[in-house]
Write a protein that binds this ligand. Sequence first.
Ligand code: AHM
Ligand code: MG
Length: 332
Amino acid sequence: SDSSLAYSVGTTLDRFIKMKQEEFPFASGELSQLLRDIALAAKIVNRETNRAGLANIGGAFGQTNVQGEEQQKLDVIANIRFTRALTKGGEVCAVVSEEDDEVIDLQNGSGKYVVAIDPLDGSSNIDVNISIGTIFSIYRRVTPIGSPIQPEDIMQPGNQQVAAGYVLYGSSTMLVYTTGHGVNGFTYEPSLGEFFLSHPNMCAPEDGKIYSVNEGSYNLFEPGLKAYIEKCKSQEYSARYIGSLVADFHRNLLKGGIYMYPATAKSPKGKLRLLYEANALSFIAEQAGGMATDGHGRILDIQPTSLHQRTPLHIGSKKMVEEVGEFLNVGK
Ligand code: AHM
Ligand code: MG
C-alpha cells in the first residue's frame, strides 16, 4: 500500500514504534518502551541461539562458566533474559511464563502491564538446529496500579490484549507484532544490531493450500478432523509441519495455510497453552485478516480459568479455519 512506502526503506523498529505512537493504546509511551525491552531481550536470545551448537564444543574443551556450573538449557536462559528485561524496563507488574509454575510478581509498583510469554517455544528443535520462537501477549492490568496483583489481572481473555507478537529465530531472525492496528514484521540485521521493517502491513491470504498438523496422531483425531485432512489430500494441498509453532504459523501467514493442534483422544484440550501460545498468535492472525478457533469458537473469547490451561488451536487463513470448523461440527 502507499502508506507503507513512507517507511519501507531502512526503518528501524525503534523509529517505527515512534512513528506509530498514536496507534498505541494509552499513548503514554510505556507500551512502546515495553516493546523495546522485548526487542532487546530478543536480540540477546538470538545471540545465544546462534551459539547453541557451540556450547558442547566449548564443553569439550573444558570450558565452564565462572561458577563452574554446567551450561544452562537455552529455554531456561531465554526465560531469564526476558524476565530480566521486563523487570528492568519497569513497565510490567507481573509475568506469566511457560517456564514458571506460578505468576512472577515483579514487585514493581508502577507497572501497568501484565505479560504472558513463552520465552522459547519449540525447544525440542534446538538440538537439531531448527527454527524456534518466542511468543508474547501484553495486557493492561485491571486492578489499581500499585495494589497487589489479583487473579483478574492475569486471567484476561485474549480479546483484552493491547499488543502481542512473536520472534522467529529462523534462517533470519524476525520480530512480528500487533497493537491492534494491523501486523508488521521486522527482520534482524545482526551486524548492525537492529530490527528493520521488512514486512509492513502483513496480510494473511484468505485461502491457502498448506495444512500443518502432526499427522502421526491421525488415529487419535476425531472423525471431523480426519475428514478435513482427507479433503486436504484430495485437493493435493501441501503438508508442512516443522513442529515449531512460530515457524509453522509464520509460514502459513505469509503463504496461506492452516495450522492445527487439535483435541485428540489422549489430550481432549490439545497441547498448546492458551495464555502464552494461542492468544498472541490468534490476535496476530485476526489482525492480519486470518482466523483462530478451538474448532468451535473464537480463541480470543475464551475466559481463562488456569495459568497453564491448554486449548485446541486451528489458526491461519480464514476460509480454511472456517472450513475445518464446519467439518468438526458436523452432527453436533
Ligand atoms: P513446547 O512449548 O514444549 O515447545 O511445545 C510446543 C510445540 C509447538 O511449537 C509445536 O507446534 C508443537 O509443540 C509440536 O507438538 P507435537 O510434537 O506434539 O506435534
Ligand atoms: Mg511452548
